[in-house]
Design a protein around this ligand. Structure first.
Ligand code: NAD
Ligand code: LMR
Length: 325
């Protein structure tokens, strides 16, 4: 019997990440090469026409797995029956905007979208927030969806993870596939902590194979500030690599994974206050992310994890103060 198509909703579908993402979803890379999908493209009214243009192109690919496409500016319709929601559309920071303004503007997007997910999505809904500030936007959406299990709301640090794999592999001149047990801790921001004290190359701890100055003064800032470096070089933020990371995150969540990184609601592990959506070392089993337990955290790592988690706490306090959660 043919499988029922899985509804995947993409917000910000007419944006640059949307354009890099949709064709890969429709070709089967998000959920699997044998899983039919139905796409729902959510945009703001001014961008619906552009999203319709992308939908025309998706039609023109005649993807065997794509069973239908809808384009809408109505969140209730977009999330109706959705099993996967990729929340990409967000309000970018513009000149003169304070952090509170940015959080307020995004609260106006992610609060209502969380409620629309709560009221309309399928019981197995999985949400990945890509739009920045991703961790706190995910928290806002989650707090407006009390009927959805909290752990279904996640934020993307897989791009940071992939950046870390690539930087380390280049340094040690090994294929990226040789690097195991990489972890990004904390926020998807410049405070994130890419951890080489648990990462392994050739079965040996990565931190022991590079000099400490490179780890501290080159590796960590290169990974943590890579987003800004891409913006500087391209004149626009990362798009294809962000879409690629979103595909990796959801594919692994649904199909299982080895050790990777994802921002998921904290259960208090590693001293991260419960409820914060923070990046951890994780593995996906039976369709759920699990935090890898029992790692020893040295003083250097502790300080960096704490700094990023402190920033997440500050963001949570700010959105609470603004009445957004
Ligand atoms: P973009 O400006 O090209 O596209 C964003 C789209 O979102 C636009 O088409 C806009 O109309 C739409 N949009 C805005 N508000 C919306 C709403 N309420 N509902 C539906 N759609 C809405 O931006 P982009 O380059 O595609 O990036 C999208 C977001 O992803 C940004 O916030 C960016 O900072 C973030 N990002 C995150 C990561 C990560 O690793 N987590 C990486 C790269 C980019
Ligand atoms: C990235 O990491 O590439 C983006 O989050 C950068 C940005 O600010 O959009």
């Amino acid at each position: 019997m043919a499988q029922t198509p899985v509804k995947v909703t993409v917000t910000g579908a007419a944006g640059q990440i949307g354009y890099a993402l949709l064709f890969r979803i429709a070709s089967g890379q998000l959920l699997g090469a044998d899983v039919p999908v139905k796409l729902s493209l959510l945009e703001i009214p001014q961008a619906v026409k552009a999203a319709e243009g992308t939908a025309m192109e998706l039609d023109d690919c005649a993807f065997p797995l794509l069973s239908g496409i809808e384009v809408t500016d109505d969140a209730n319709k977009a999330f109706d029956g959705a099993s996967v929601a990729l929340l990409v559309g967000a309000r970018p920071r513009t000149a003169g905007m304070e952090r509170g303004d940015l959080l307020q503007a995004n609260g106006g997007i992610f609060g209502p979208q969380g409620k629309a997910i709560n009221d309309n999505a399928a019981d197995d809904i999985r949400v990945l927030v890509v739009g920045n500030p991703a961790n706190t936007n995910a928290l806002i959406a989650q707090q407006h969806a009390p009927d959805v299990p909290a752990e279904r709301f996640t934020a993307m640090t897989r791009l940071d993870h992939n950046r870390a794999l690539s930087q380390l592999a280049a340094k040690l001149q090994v294929p990226v596939t040789e690097v195991k047990k990489m972890t990004i801790w904390g926020n998807h921001s410049a405070t994130q902590y890419p951890d080489l004290y648990h990462a392994e190359v050739g079965g040996k701890i990565a931190a022991e194979q590079v000099d400490e100055a490179w780890l501290r003064d080159t590796f960590i800032p290169t990974v943590a500030k890579r987003g800004a470096a891409i913006i500087e070089a391209r004149g626009a933020s990362s798009a294809a690599s962000a879409a690629n990371a979103a595909i990796d995150h959801v594919y692994d969540w649904v199909n299982g994974s080895e050790w990777t990184s994802a921002a998921i609601p904290s259960d208090g592990s590693y001293g991260v206050p419960e409820g914060l959506i923070s990046s951890f070392p994780v593995v996906s089993r039976d369709g759920r992310w699990e935090i890898i337990q029992g790692l020893e955290i040295d003083a250097f790592s502790r300080e960096r994890i704490d700094a990023s988690v402190r920033e997440l706490e500050e963001e949570r306090a700010a959105v609470r103060q603004l009445g957004l959660i």
